[in-house]
Each structure stands twice: as C-alpha cells, then as structure tokens.
Design a protein around this ligand. Structure first.
Ligand SMILES: Nc1ncnc2c1ncn2[C@@H]1O[C@H](COP(=O)(O)OP(=O)(O)O)[C@@H](O)[C@H]1O
Ligand SMILES: [Mg+2]
Length: 358
C-alpha cells in the first residue's frame, strides 16, 4: 500500500488534558504519509503536560520509518509554547531549544534528560544514581519555588525525585522529558514527566502476584502501596539501602497531589486522573511509555515529613488488608482497584468481599 501524500492536523484551541490526549491519539494513529501538516492557528491555551505530550508525539511522527516531512503553519502567536521549547523539541526552528529558557520565574521549560548521562554523572561522582536524581530534583524544585527550603520545596523535590527515579529504574527509556509551571497567585504547581520506555504493564509483569493483563489493571496496581515490578516476595532485588524499591513511590506521590490538587498517569491505552472527592476518571490514550502529571495545591501543604508519615501508615494498613484479600482469592484483589484507596473504602470492600466469599 502506498502512503498517502499529505495528512492535515489542527491543534485544538485549548490544549487542556482531555483535548491533549485526544490530539495525541490522532497524531499517533495517523497512517503513514509523505507529509504531515499541523495548523496551530487556533491554539491559545497550553499547559506543561500537554506541551510535553504533543511535542513528543510530533517528534515521533517526524521520525517514522521513512522520515516524512512535518510542516507547521500559523504557529508564530504561540509565544509561551515557543519560549518553553515546545516547537524545537520536535525540531521546528522556532523559539527556544528544550532546556534553553533559564527557567527562572517559577517555570521549567521542556527539558530533556539522557538517562545514561544521569547514570554516568552519578558514577563519576562516586554517588548512587538515586542521589544524583535527588540533586537534579532539588535543583528543579528550587527553580519552581524560588527558594531551596520550605514545605513546597520539600514536597516538589520529593515528588519529582520519585517520578524520575521510576523512569531510570523501570522504564529503560534512553531519554525523558520534564516541564513544569508554578502559578503562585493560583496557588498551583503543575509538573509533567514523560518517557517513551517500556510502560507500566511491561515492567509490572515481572511481578507474578498481580494480574496486569491490561493497561487499566497495571495503572491501578502501580498506584497501590507496596506493589512493585521489582520488589516482591521472592524477587532478587536489594531491599536495603536508601534507594531500594518498595512500591511506595507512586502511592506517596499520588497521595500528596490529591491533597487539594490531582494526579494523572498514562501508560499504554489507558490513563487515569485521581482527584480527592471525585475519585478516578479514566481516559483513553495511546502512549508507548509512561507519563505523569502532578498538580499540587500549594495552599494546603503541611510539612512533608508529617504528611509522608501519615500516608505511609495508611499505606501499610492498606497493604495488610490487600494481602488478606490476595490470600482469599487473587482475582478479587482487582475488585479493590475499582475504588479509591482510602482506608475506609478498602474496609468496605473487604467486608463485601468476605461476605461474597462466605
Ligand atoms: N516510568 C515507568 N516506566 C515503567 N514502569 C514504571 C514506571 N514508573 C513506575 N513503574 C512501575 O510501577 C511500579 C510502582 O512504582 P513505585 O510505586 O514507584 O514503586 P517502586 O519504584 O518502589 O517499585 C514500579 O515497580 C514499576 O514496575
Ligand atoms: Mg519508584
């Protein structure tokens, strides 16, 4: 079959989460063509996550097997996106290159990291990769906060660190991108991190105790406390040391975000938005790899240590109950995943399950 000559796309007016996901799907599902044309004339509002996702899709499109032409039209008015490195991250010569904008004034432009480079830097300094990731995260957090101390700094440094660690420890991706913005007057921070690695389902499939036969299950398991693709009973991983895997990274970060903000994670064909009080909402997507968006409400932050302590306690309690369910019937565990992770909800489900099982 010969490729079509030209395929046109129109960027949505507002690149919020749902429209960015739909647009990304359109791009990735496009048949092979000799030329792709993207019309940016209507595009006004953009957000860090949508810029990261769409620029990554367009970059992939431009690198399809026979190297099609990627033409963009009417993009000059997209000055914020241009400043953030959006266009140059898929090689359109307009605006800043990724990482070029200084990233002061509470934002981080699209910044691309080379995973091997991060590992090499750690090796050269004789430190563990986790420490190197921590220092990168602290640097970015300081830029976003305009300070290198305080609750917001600690919370962002911790959350960014856990998500980047996951890319390096689990995804196998050679590169990953990050983009973020802090709006002090709105008391809101958005941080987006995206990789094109193995995705959640593939990395979690190493754990024989869970059923990750589809992306939706994998998303839910990934967020559960103490569920990991590396650390599980009988696995041969180091369970000691500061940077051992324990399956708490995504659980803790999603708890932090749901305290007033929200947490979004996409991998494969499914993505999930978690908002306190509104539960889970699923969106279709098509993402080879994993993308996370953390939205933090800065007006309700308490000390990170206390918050993490509380979440960890609840996490262990949920884990304990979860284990009970798993020992009753492995497939029942997935029932629990259709609900939120609050301990009270877990209790209710446990009672229901026990009743159902007699
Ligand atoms: N970026 C990613 N790419 C692939 N798999 C991931 C990614 N992030 C998380 N995962 C999967 O989700 C699991 C849970 O992550 P997390 O809660 O941080 O626990 P841990 O990293 O301690 O295993 C990981 O063990 C891994 O299997
Ligand atoms: Mg982790």
């Amino acid at each position: 079959m010969t490729a079509q000559q030209s395929i046109q796309f129109k960027a949505p007016r507002s690149l919020d989460l749902p429209s960015a996901l739909t647009f990304a799907q359109q791009i990735s599902a496009a048949p092979d063509a000799e030329e792709y044309v993207v019309d940016f004339s209507g595009m006004g509002h953009v957000e860090p996550f949508s810029m990261l996702l769409i620029s990554s899709e367009l970059r992939n499109l431009a690198r399809r097997n026979h190297g099609p032409k990627l033409l963009c039209t009417d993009f000059k008015q997209c000055t914020y996106a241009a400043h953030m490195g959006f266009f140059r991250s898929f090689d359109l010569a307009y605006g800043n290159a990724p990482g070029q904008a200084k990233g002061s004034e509470n934002y981080l432009p699209i910044t691309i990291f080379d995973s091997r480079e991060v590992e090499r830097e750690a090796f050269e300094q004789g430190i563990e990769v986790g420490n190197q990731v921590e220092s990168i995260s602290k640097r970015m957090s300081a830029v976003l906060c305009g300070s290198d101390e305080g609750d917001l700094f600690d919370t962002l440094a911790y959350s960014i660190r856990e998500i980047i660690r996951n890319v390096i420890e689990h995804s196998g991706a050679e590169r990953f991108g990050i983009c973020a913005q802090h709006w002090p007057t709105k008391k809101r921070v958005e941080v987006a991190i995206l990789d094109r690695g193995s995705g959640l389902r593939s990395s979690l499939s190493r754990n024989p105790y869970i059923d990750v036969s589809d992306d939706k299950k994998a998303l839910n398991y990934a967020l559960m406390p103490a569920v990991s693709g590396k650390a599980f009973k009988g696995s041969r991983v180091n369970t000691k040391g500061n940077w051992a895997n324990s399956g708490f990274g995504l659980y803790m970060t999603n708890r932090i975000c749901r305290n007033g903000g929200n947490f979004f994670i996409a991998s494969g064909a499914t993505s999930m938005l978690l908002t306190r009080g509104q539960g889970k909402r699923y969106y279709d997507c098509s993402l080879d790899g994993t993308a996370v968006r953390m939205v933090i409400d800065t007006s309700v932050l308490t000390g990170l240590r206390d918050a993490l302590g509380r979440y960890r306690e609840e996490g262990y309690e949920i884990q304990r109950k979860y284990k009970e369910i798993v020992s009753i019937d492995p497939s029942s565990a997935s029932l629990m995943l259709s609900e939120d992770f609050d301990v009270s909800v877990v209790d209710r489900i446990l009672v229901k399950l026990k009743r159902a099982l007699g």
